[in-house]
Design a protein around this ligand. Structure first.
Ligand code: GS8
Length: 219
């Protein structure tokens, strides 16, 4: 079967980055299409008519929506190389739990770090550090959440590292001072080409967030 793979994405999206990393880990060639989310392409609307969101992975004409579902799909279809989910069902359930935790907590609190001010922002900073400390505990002494190799939780989480300059600058705090182990883990992930090539430069994301703050009237 031919393997035609397209990714509908938007470069600063941490969700899109997850699928980019998964495809890179598996060594899959694909066509990358950057969407203008204020003027969505007919292809995006056709491929994700329910949520109308990126990322959408298109495999041989068929769409797979939702980033974590797409990462699992990639892991299942290209299963001969770089497994992302553990083979043991209990460990697999745990990995899904923490990826779900990242989805439910990190994205939202990250947004509050750059899009709010005053008390709300202070509360977000406290919460953010709390979550990173929980993740540090979960990492333990392992190099990656996946153990000796990059795994599902790493793929779900590391994209947010590209937003750290924006979080720190607009939140006026230093994440490394609070969570050095987390930063060491993120830097370890960045040494992998599959990750470094999939994540945009932190400063570019910062500039993007600055424009968004202006549009939202925060600046
Ligand atoms: C979230 C995707 C998403 O929010 C996933 O894939 O994991 N749960 C989904 N995509 C955003 C861009 S990144 O913030 C998006 O496409 N937004 C367009 C819109 O809401 O109109």
């Amino acid at each position: 079967m031919a393997n035609e793979v397209t990714l509908l994405d938007f470069w600063p999206s941490p969700f899109g980055m997850r699928v980019r990393i998964a495809l890179a880990e598996k060594g899959i060639q694909y066509e990358y299409k950057d969407e203008d989310l204020r003027n969505k392409s007919p292809l995006l609307l056709q491929m994700n008519p329910i949520h109308k969101k990126i990322p959408v992975l298109i495999h041989n004409g068929k769409p797979i929506c939702e980033s974590l579902i797409a990462v699992q799909y990639v892991d299942e279809v290209w299963n001969t190389k770089s497994p992302l989910l553990p083979s043991d069902p209990y460990h697999r359930a745990q990995a899904r739990f923490w990826a779900d935790f990242v989805d439910k907590k990190i994205h939202d609190v990250g947004r509050r770090l750059w899009a709010t001010k005053g008390e709300e922002q202070e509360a977000a900073k406290k919460e953010f550090v709390e979550y990173l400390k929980l993740l540090e505990e979960q990492l333990g002494d392992k190099p990656y959440f996946g153990g000796d190799n990059l795994g599902y939780v790493d793929v779900a989480l590391v994209p947010f590292f590209s937003w750290f300059e924006a979080y720190e600058t607009f939140g006026n705090f230093k994440i490394e001072a609070e969570c050095p182990k987390f930063i060491a883990w993120a830097k370890r992930c960045m040494q992998k080409e599959s990750v470094s090539k999939s994540l945009p430069d932190q400063h570019k994301v910062y500039e993007f967030v600055l424009q968004r703050r202006k549009r939202l009237g925060i600046e």
